[in-house]
Ligand binder design. Structure first.
Ligand code: GLN
Length: 197
């Protein structure tokens, strides 16, 4: 399995390491490739859009011509994971902050997102989060995190925190407000890679 990590800006290295560990745990042959330019997405079986600055990542993906490639991959039912800024980019609609910046979105998930949803007082925090897909809670790290404020019926909410939707799934796509690549728990990465099966 070949997994592509959009490597334009943000916590790319952490995702690469987490995915390499996940592949090793699955005893699956594979590779993790960093995607900076067009032409590589097609060769991947799964795509990760990391956290960082969604405005920067979105604009550079647009300039590089990567946005249509990811849309095509999503249409082919390849697993797509967006964490934090990646969640914003997967969304169909954003809040007023998104509208103000005019940042490009992929628009693949039928959700509306709010950037920096937890406010300045709580820029970063960690919680033990209950996700509907696991029995045991998940240690979730939030960093200037967005949340989902509206979902269509075809979107499955996997977790909420303080009334905010912080994890959701639509078909082969997974959007998380937090950063599973920053902890040693690989359950979400395994779950993500299984979405293609
Ligand atoms: N607030 C950032 C954004 O909307 C996301 C923060 C992050 O990815 N850690 O771009």
């Amino acid at each position: 399995m070949r997994i592509g990590v959009i490597a334009i800006q943000g916590d790319v290295g952490e995702h690469v390491i987490a995915l390499e560990k996940t592949l090793a745990e699955r005893r699956e042959k594979g590779a993790v490739v960093k995607i900076k330019h067009r032409g590589l997405v097609k060769s991947c079986d799964a795509i990760v859009i990391p956290g960082g600055e969604s405005t920067t990542i979105g604009r550079l993906m647009e300039r590089e011509g990567i946005l249509p490639e990811i849309k095509e991959a999503a249409g082919e039912e390849k697993p797509i994971l967006g964490t934090c800024a990646g969640m914003v980019l997967l969304a169909k609609e954003g809040d007023e902050e998104v509208a103000k910046t005019g940042q490009p979105l992929l628009g693949l998930m039928d959700v509306k997102v709010k950037r920096n949803a937890f406010g300045r007082q709580r820029e970063s925090f960690e919680v033990l989060l209950k996700l509907s897909i696991f029995d045991e809670p998940f240690h979730a790290v939030f960093i200037r995190a967005p949340s989902i404020i509206q979902t269509a019926e075809n979107v499955e909410v996997l977790a909420t925190f303080n009334g905010h939707i912080v994890a959701a799934k639509q078909r082969n796509m997974l959007a998380l407000s937090f950063h599973p690549e920053l902890t040693e728990d690989r359950r979400i990465h395994h779950y993500f890679l299984n979405l293609g099966k």
